[in-house]
Design a protein around this ligand. Structure first.
Ligand code: NAD
Ligand code: ZN
Length: 344
């Protein structure tokens, strides 16, 4: 039996710990991945900060749900991957058989209530086991840097994709929260639509990056933001608003910024509540909460990145520094996504 180090949540409400655990064996349809890089996601704080008795997952489990790496050991039924092949790992674990999976809506598979890095062993370890179906092969991309595309990149893509038919030239799209997810949304909106793109954030370095990534306007977030969006759209309001924060303030901002016939996506899980009524929700405006991304979405995101159409901005951290990376993320002290590299 060989062992490896894994960064695990061991007790609810306590800091995670580095532990020695067994290297998992891939089943026939699985691949053992040597982990190259794992992006840290804001969603991790939702359960890292949860007291005991609330979430039904068994502890311990290894953290990290934005992983990429190299195929290390291939299950006997997997015929299309060679050892050493670079791959990205889908964020959601799905069954592959239910009606959601069969429709390509595997991000709504009931099996996904827990998964790699959230209730089951994730990527913050030397190795990780993944079904072949949930791997996307890479060609030119460096697996040490691609992890964030599997959730931050793919979730924001899924949210933007649904609004694409409305985002014709001359339309306006607002991205509230230009962080991990939002910085990709800015890029998809620029690459895939003719919309004017406004980025909104509280943090100047996030707005600076959003500008570099193509945002036409960068607005500091405050109680006047929605009025500013209306002013910049000639009173009409925005065609689409993507809220990557989802607290009371940003949900109210999203409703007040959108125009009639528009779209509002609440992607951020900030625990907010919004009042929806006549005069508050714009007329004939779509309002939805998208969940993560399908495997097909990840294939499309990787294709865009392989084509050089999406910039993956990361700050790399050694495996030993995983706690430091989480601390800096929590303190808002990052310009881009923190990525931990378990194998150096
Ligand atoms: P992040 O911390 O990288 O980015 C959030 C950004 O929002 C930061 O730049 C922050 O400065 C900014 N912000 C905070 N409050 C703001 C405000 N009032 N106005 C404007 N900007 C504000 O986080 P992330 O990893 O990009 O995750 C964003 C959210 O998406 C989190 O709530 C996360 O849990 C959620 N999430 C949802 C899904 C899903 O499937 N729906 C998937 C992944 C993450
Ligand atoms: Zn399923």
């Amino acid at each position: 039996m060989s062992t490896m180090t894994a960064y695990q949540l061991v007790a609810w409400g306590e800091p995670p710990e580095f532990r020695e655990v067994e290297v998992p064996e891939p089943a026939r349809d699985e691949v053992l991945i040597k982990v190259a890089g794992v992006g840290l996601c804001h969603s991790d704080f939702l359960f890292l900060d949860t007291p005991p008795g609330i979430i039904p997952w068994e502890l311990p489990f290894t953290l990290g749900h934005e992983s990429a790496g190299w195929a290390e050991k291939i299950g006997s039924d997997v015929e299309d991957l060679e050892p050493g092949a670079p791959v990205a790992v889908a964020g959601i674990h799905s069954c592959g058989r239910c009606r959601f999976c069969l429709r390509g809506q595997d991000n709504y598979c009931p099996r996904g209530a827990s998964g790699r890095g959230y209730g089951e062993d994730g990527g913050l370890a030397h190795f990780l086991v993944v079904p072949r179906r949930e791997l996307v092969p890479l060609t030119t991309l460096d697996p040490r840097r691609v992890g964030p595309l599997t959730d931050a990149g793919a979730t924001s893509y899924h949210a933007v994709k649904r609004a694409l038919p409305k985002l014709v030239p001359g339309s306006t799209a607002v991205v509230i929260g230009a962080g991990g997810l939002g910085s990709y949304a800015v890029q998809y909106l620029r690459r895939l639509t003719g919309a004017r793109v406004f980025a909104v954030d509280l943090v100047q370095q996030r707005l600076d990056l959003a500008r570099e990534l193509g945002a036409h306007e960068a607005l500091l977030s405050d109680e006047h933001t929605a009025a500013r969006v209306r002013e910049l759209t000639g009173g009409e309001g925005a065609t689409a608003v993507f809220d990557f924060v989802g607290d009371n303030a940003t949900m109210a901002m999203a409703l007040a910024s959108a125009g009639n016939l528009g779209t509002i996506a609440i992607v951020g899980a900030g625990g907010g509540t919004a009042k929806v009524s006549w005069g508050v929700l714009p007329l004939e405006c779509d309002l939805y909460i998208p969940m993560a991304a399908s495997i097909a979405d990840l294939h499309e995101v990787i294709a865009l990145a392989e084509a050089g159409e999406v910039r993956v901005e990361v700050e790399l951290f050694d495996f030993d520094d995983a706690p430091v990376a989480y601390d800096r993320f929590r303190a808002g002290d990052l310009r881009s996504r923190a990525v931990v590299t378990p194998n150096g």
